[in-house]
Every structure is written in structure tokens, then in C-alpha cells.
Design a protein around this ligand. Sequence first.
Ligand code: UFG
Length: 342
Amino acid sequence: MNKKILVTGGTGYIGSHTAVELQNCGYEVLIVDNLANSNENIVSQIEKITGIRPGFTQLDLCDRQATLDYFQKHSDISGVIHFAAYKAVGESTEKPLMYYQNNLGSLTNMMEAMASIGCKHLVFSSSCTVYGQPAELPVSEKAPVKKAMSPYGNTKQISEEIIFDQCLAGNLEAISLRYFNPIGAHETALIGELPIGVPNNLVPFITQTAIGKREMLQVFGDDYNTPDGTCIRDYIHVVDLAKAHIVALERLSGENNLERFEIFNLGTGIGYSVLDIILTFEGVNGVKLNYRIAPRRPGDVEKVWADTTKANEVLGWKAELGLEAMLRSAWKWEKFLQNKEI
Ligand code: UFG
């Protein structure tokens, strides 16, 4: 029998790509999502790609009893990949309690429900935001966790601590994956990022500007201490990122899982500036972007990219897709959205 994996937040951006990769590897996928920031039609999109419809239940993990009931009904779940969370940095500074209640409440309910059926394997969706502006680059997992710059970032830090304690208590074995900047979309352009309202992130803003949904892209600051003055990030293809979750799950169920709680950076190890992204996007897609230099965005880290040695050596995972593939797929997805409602 195929192993059954629960993907929370599985209709979201990274969750949906991970559901596809899990199915490609022969896992049976169950998705729960409260659809706060996504759409049930994504389940059909996943089915179009893989030929298999994942099990889907609309469930709010903040509802403790409903979560316990769900796990009782699916007591053969062998592992959980937990994506379900709010993720907008700006919104979190306006509505901190909403972020703490949702991101932490759902996590503790879910871990309680996992324990109730004896499910011990958890892969958690964390972020490089925990490093703030690192003193040394590339940043490794050994770098200190800095005071979070937003309630959103703080929920990731606190979540890692909660998971660590649950592991120490012997109830869990977990891997936390610290993502750098996931971009791009599945090569079929059947799933991708679906920002609600005005995008906060660079690449959705670029694609929406190129297609004419937004008038102009603002480049937030060109006076940073970087070669071209714009901020540097480690952009990673969402499909590469999705694949890392399967490797992490396999590590948890394998023999050589030595520590109960492990952390891995997921990036390419290469830093690109905002202007690099714009120029590459224009070049590979043959479009001209309307952009201008604007003031810095408060709270932005100047430069960050990953030391991926640990993920490469311990997980045996390496990002394979380069920036051009990322930006080509992002544009293909935007064009798909123009012609079709999801
Ligand atoms: N940027 C622009 N113009 C825009 C949007 C972004 O110039 O319209 C710039 C930003 O200033 C930054 C870079 O593009 O220099 C990347 O910005 P994103 O908003 O795409 O990504 P961030 O690195 O700010 O944030 C991402 C995730 C967060 C996570 C953080 C961790 O969106 O969830 O990485 O560092 F917390």
C-alpha cells in the first residue's frame, strides 16, 4: 500500500507543487486547507497534472475538535507536511494576533492530533527570515536566529521552538525547511502562485506588470551596499523546493535519521539582485518591463543567500533549475491566468 501523507495548506502555492511531487513519487496524498488564501479548484489542477485526484477536505486547523476528528478518521496518515499558515509580512504587522492565533494555534492542534494517532513524522515550512540580516554570507543553519522583523517571521521562529520541544518530549521527529525565495511555477502552467490583491513579492509583481495588470514595478531602493545597489536574494524554483519535501520525508522514515529535529536551508546558494531578476525576466521572455527606482521598503534585508551544503550532503538534495527556468515558468503561468479563471 502507498504511504499516506497529509499536506496541510495543500491548495496553496508551495503545497500544491509538493502534492504533485508526492504523487509523482507514489505517495497517496490527502490535503486539508481552510481555503483562506487559495481555491478548491487547485485540487482539479493537481489531478490534471498527475492523473490522480488527491483527497481534499476543507478544514481549519484552528478548530481543535475538527482537527482531532479528521485525524481519527484518517488514522493511517504516516507523515505530515505542514504548510498551512498566513504568510504576508506586511499584514502580520497590522494584525499580529491574527498571525499568532492562526499560525501557532493550527500548529499545536495539528501536533496534538498527530500524537493522538501516533503519527510521528513532520516536515515544517520555515523561512530564511529567521536569520534577519546575517553577519556572514552565505548563511548556514548554524547562524544565530535573530529577533524577528515581523510577527509573521516570529511565528516561524516560535513554531520551530514548539516543534523542537515536542520532539524533545519524544512525541515527534521533525525536519524544518528554511526556504529562501520560492518563485516560478509548474512547467505545465496548471498550478502556480495565486496572489490575492496587489502582490507583495517581486516576481508576481513583475509578471503582473508585464501582462498589464499593474502599471509599473517599483524597485525598492538602489542605494544598498551591493554591486548594483539593489537587494540580493536567493531565488529558488518552487518545483525544486517541492522535491526537497519528499527527500525530507524519506529521511524521517529512513534508518539514518540521527537527530529528532533537524533544520535545512533550501536555496540555490546563488544571490541575484532585483535588477538581475528584471533583466533576466526581460531577456528570457522577450518582454519589456515598465519599472522605476523607488525608496527602500522598510524592513527589507539588504542581502541574503543560502549555504546549502547541509541539504546537499545530508539530504542529498540540490536545486537543479536555474533563474531562467524560474522566470520562464513564472511568465508562462501569468499568461495561463490571463486566459483562464482558476
Ligand atoms: N521588491 C521590489 N519591488 C516589489 C517587490 C519586491 O523591489 O514590488 C524587492 C524587495 O525590496 C526585495 C526583493 O524584491 O529586495 C524580494 O522581495 P520579496 O517581497 O519578493 O521577498 P522577500 O525577500 O522580502 O520576502 C520573502 C518572503 C517572505 C519571507 C522572506 C524571508 O516573501 O515570506 O522572503 O526573507 F519572510
